[in-house]
Design a protein around this ligand. Structure first.
Ligand SMILES: Cc1ncc(COP(=O)(O)O)c(C=O)c1O
Length: 366
């Protein structure tokens, strides 16, 4: 990325040679991304990240003047970039939305999607893999249904970048969102794949950048960095995903056998290679996260903490967990640098932290 800050700093939309150099870099990035997605470069639109891609896909399809119908289909697993966009369309523009049922693993059944699509359905948006519980959805089976019903299919593939295939032909999707920082690229840059022939109403209007699909001067260093990160992730795909799986399984095994009252959430094998998630009985996860952080373990939970009152994750509630269970959620992911020794250390620290949090809770109760 560095040369594109200091040497090739032209605006890719300018016609002079500084601009043309930068344009060559962005177009070569577009080509390399399209190779990973198995699509043509014109089907790639650069955005500022996953949220923008999700917004452009959903709102752009819902408001496109080319289509009619005001019904949307989505799932209770979606990231807020989809969830809140759906809410906005429903609350302010008179759309209706169906949310698909999920089982206790967080999997969607293709038959349910078939039943949910109506003649007025504009778009179905189902995420590829969930950020809180790691469950992977059967996208090819789901998109086969929407194709027959002539409904657009969007997937938020933000969590899948670098970990699952992004071949849009094999997945059968019409729209796919990515965010560079999930596959070791820079933050604040992403992609929306838009299958040829699909007309979205642009969310951001202005200049004619990205063939009138997304206005705004390109973030050349970010785009170059994203393309290289994606290329590397897929060149070394087998190596890294095998390593993630091995560390993840060590972690799941360690937590389930050493932490009393811990249960795995999400699907046992249809889950992201790097992802381990649990509910732990008798702990409040935000307190647990603080204790883990003090020991150098960076973890997260599914619950949001609003003015000191933790709120359970909607995803876990949709999977059938009680509020109390959902408040004890923990998400741990492994990365390229994670070693076997790191996993052993994490399990040891987690056992201690859980005991400490439970003791504190008992003191508070008595
Ligand atoms: C599944 C999913 N979708 C969308 C986003 C939003 O991406 P960004 O932060 O790049 O806007 C995230 C971010 O973590 C995510 O996990």
């Amino acid at each position: 990325m560095l040369p594109y800050f200091f040497e090739v700093y032209g605006n890719p939309s300018s016609s002079h040679h500084f601009g043309r150099q930068a344009e060559m870099a962005t177009e070569s990035a577009r080509e390399s991304i399209s190779r990973v997605l198995n699509c043509s470069p014109e089907e790639i639109v650069f955005t500022s990240g996953g949220s923008e891609s999700d917004n452009l896909a959903l709102r752009g399809a819902a408001l496109s003047p080319r289509k009619t119908g005001k019904h949307l289909v989505t799932s209770p697993l979606e990231h807020e970039a989809i969830g809140k966009t759906v809410d906005q369309l429903v609350e302010t523009l008179g759309y209706t939305a169906s949310r698909l049922r999920v089982d206790t693993y967080g999997s969607i059944q293709p038959d349910d999607l078939s039943g949910a699509c109506q003649p007025e359905t504009r778009i179905v948006s189902v995420m590829y893999a969930n950020n809180e519980v790691g469950t992977i959805q059967p996208l090819a089976q789901l998109s086969a249904i929407t194709r027959v019903k002539d409904v657009l299919f969007h997937t938020d593939a933000v969590q899948a970048g670098g970990q699952l295939t992004l071949d849009v032909q094999a997945l059968g999707v019409d729209l796919l969102s990515l965010s560079a920082h999930k596959f070791y690229g820079p933050k604040g840059v992403g992609v929306l794949y838009i299958r040829k022939g699909i007309d979205l109403l642009p969310s951001q209007t202005g200049g004619s950048h990205e063939s009138n699909r997304r206005a705004g001067t390109h973030n050349t260093p970010g785009i170059v960095g994203m393309a290289r990160a994606l290329e590397l992730a897929y060149e070394e795909f087998d190596h890294w995903t095998a390593q993630y799986r091995s560390r993840r399984d060590q972690l799941i095994e360690g937590v389930l056998s050493h932490v009393d009252g811990a249960r795995l959430t999400g699907h046992p094998d249809q889950r992201l290679p790097s992802h381990a998630s649990f509910v732990i009985e008798g702990v409040e996860s935000n307190t647990l996260l603080m204790h883990l952080d003090m020991k150098g373990v960076a973890a997260s939970s599914g619950s949001a903490c609003k003015t000191g009152n933790p709120e359970p994750s909607g995803v876990l509630l949709a999977l059938g967990y009680s509020e109390d269970e959902a408040l004890g959620s923990l998400r741990l992911t492994v990365g390229r640098q994670t070693t076997e020794a790191d996993i052993d250390y994490t399990v040891m620290v987690l056992v201690e932290a859980v005991e400490k949090v439970r003791r504190l809770r008992q003191v508070r109760v008595s």
